[in-house]
Ligand binder design. Structure first.
Ligand code: ADP
Ligand code: ZN
Length: 520
């Protein structure tokens, strides 16, 4: 690496060293290669494109969906002495013209652009005439319908870049990407050959826990918990503004220093509550997911999900705000299946496609909550990483669970997938194993398979759990091309040839736990 780069890291940004993959990424961008960065929030993605932007001739375009944060980012860069600007709908005509003039003069190093602004004809014309170094696409998961934050305008980015300058290097960055989303991003940007830099998603200092959400008990439990954390910073996420107000009020009457945060509050109030939290005048913020983006408070000690999030991506992002300083953080979620059903209903007005995808994301969320497998293993598996051992630092690892030798069940699951020619989703595979007669079975002749009805003694729930755990162990896998379809993995055949003992655990029965709780 160029000595000058290290010098700039220190001189301009004030950092002594690169973190994780940063150096290799910066180097790759400087060489003009397409680059794909998957790195958890807080790991330092911005520097990866900011540093090369400063070094290269011309302006780097940074596409970001978060208009509210653009000004902040640009102010920060200006404070470092870097010439940076943004173009979005908040600028007046005069301001826009001033920015454009500055870019054309060659002085600007970074130009942040909202995707809506990028697609405007006049801006495309302007960018064509500017000298540009590369294009950075932040929050690149917004390209994929399979992500948790799909933005249709993101689909147009590639063709616009094509108009502006076909040979411009592209760097895509995101903090969450399942293997499916990763593939979508690369296809959509036509950068399948890009160099991939993927950091681990394992946040070893976070303790994950899920508790049943009973009507009577949860609030008491919440108050008791937050009181026990007095003086420490925490965030409590709720689904609705109404719930946020209710819970914040409840905590306050119980003598807890809490403040609400949601998009329905006046902006002065939002800013005050956020500042109070950052300055530690307030211990806990009760918030909708509007809270937290771009907020970097290192010593958040706990994140509570009072309501279940819409996806595991969201859950990972939100829990990820705990323990940024590397010290322990507690991630506690209250769960009941009814909340999943409620969320499904919210999706009913979406286009069919989006609704179906949202449903799958919700089902993954429910499966995580109800699973008694090491939470970290489930989470990491979701993001395409594998952990070969239980982590020892989550509720499921700490508790004694109902376990059993799953050798025979795994064989049955693999056979079912194999005999149906790797073309079906979880639901159908479970039906085959349980011997459910329906029109599908007949039309595919699956009722004649030797595996049909082999597992009729056990419930649907049981088999779903078995198949999910089989996937976590890599003995079956999701087909990325045909999402939802389960196929054999490399390890499946080996297991069929030489099966061995593997311990699985029985899912939590939250319905029963909640009933017991309420009976107490
Ligand atoms: P991300 O975009 O991945 O969420 P940021 O780019 O906002 O993360 O960086 C998170 C924090 O880490 C910021 O406060 C940033 O200043 C800091 N940071 C980034 N790179 C370094 C480094 N090499 N050394 C020290 N701190 C760094
Ligand atoms: Zn664990």
């Amino acid at each position: 690496m160029d000595i000058k780069i290290k010098e700039n890291l220190k001189k301009i940004f004030g950092f002594n060293q690169f973190r994780g993959n940063q150096e290799a990424i910066v180097d790759n961008i400087l060489q003009g290669n397409n680059t794909f960065v998957i790195m958890p929030t807080g790991a330092g993605k911005s520097l990866c494109y900011q540093l090369p932007a400063v070094t290269k001739e011309g302006a780097a375009i940074v596409i970001s969906p978060l208009i509210a944060l653009m000004k902040n980012q640009v102010d920060q860069l200006n404070a470092f002495g870097i010439n940076a600007h943004f173009l979005n709908s908040t600028l007046s005509k005069t301001e826009t013209n001033r920015v454009k003039k500055e870019v054309l003069s060659g002085a600007t190093k970074l130009l942040y652009v909202a995707p809506e602004s990028l697609t405007k004809e006049e801006n495309v014309t302007f960018l064509k005439s500017a000298q540009l170094s590369f294009v950075a696409i932040d929050e690149a998961h917004c390209i994929s319908e399979w992500g948790h934050d799909f933005r249709p305008e993101y689909r147009k980015i590639k063709s616009i870049i094509g108009q502006i300058g076909d040979s411009l290097p592209i760097i895509a960055l995101t903090a969450t990407a399942t293997p499916k989303v990763q593939q979508d991003i690369q296809r959509n940007l036509n950068m399948e050959e890009a160099d991939l830099f993927k950091s681990s998603f394992n946040r070893t200092n976070l303790f994950y826990e899920v508790k049943p959400k009973a009507k009577s008990d949860t609030k008491k439990h919440l108050i008791k918990y937050v009181k026990s954390q007095k003086g420490k910073s925490g965030i409590i996420y709720c689904l609705s503004r109404k719930k946020v107000e209710e819970i914040a009020g409840l905590l306050k009457v119980n003598g807890i220093n809490a403040a609400p945060y949601h998009a329905g509050l006046e902006s002065a109030m939002r800013i005050k509550n956020q500042d109070d939290f950052l300055n530690e005048e307030v211990d806990v913020v009760v918030a909708t997911i509007a809270f937290g983006m771009g907020i970097d408070k290192p010593d958040v000690r706990y994140v509570i999900h009072y309501d279940v999030p819409k996806s595991l991506e969201g859950y990972y992002q939100e829990t990820g705000r705990a323990g940024r300083d590397g010290l322990d953080g507690h991630c506690l979620m209250f769960y009941k299946y009814e909340d999943i059903v409620k969320l499904e209903k919210f999706n009913k007005d979406k286009p069919v496609n989006e609704r179906e995808n949202a449903k799958v994301l919700l089902q993954e969320m429910a499966a995580y909550a109800e699973s008694s497998v090491c939470r970290r293993r489930v989470l990491l598996h979701y993001f395409g990483e594998s952990l070969n051992e239980d982590c020892g630092f989550c509720d499921n690892c700490k508790k004694k669970r109902d376990s059993f030798d799953a050798k025979e069940d795994i064989l049955t699951a693999i056979e079912a997938v194999k005999e149906t020619h790797q073309r079906f989703s979880l639901d159908h595979i479970v039906n085959v194993i349980r011997g459910e007669q329906n029109e599908y079975m007949e039309s595919y002749n699956h009722d004649g398979l030797s595996v049909f009805g082999k597992g009729q003694e056990d419930s649907e729930r049981y088999w779903r759990s078995v198949i999910r755990q089989t996937m976590i162990h890599g003995l079956l896998e999701k087909d990325i091309e045909n999402y939802g379809v389960i196929k054999l993995s490399k390890a499946s055949e080996d297991f069929l040839k030489s099966p061995h003992e593997i311990t699985f655990t029985k899912d939590h029965d939250f319905e029963e736990m909640i009933e017991n709780d309420e009976a107490e």
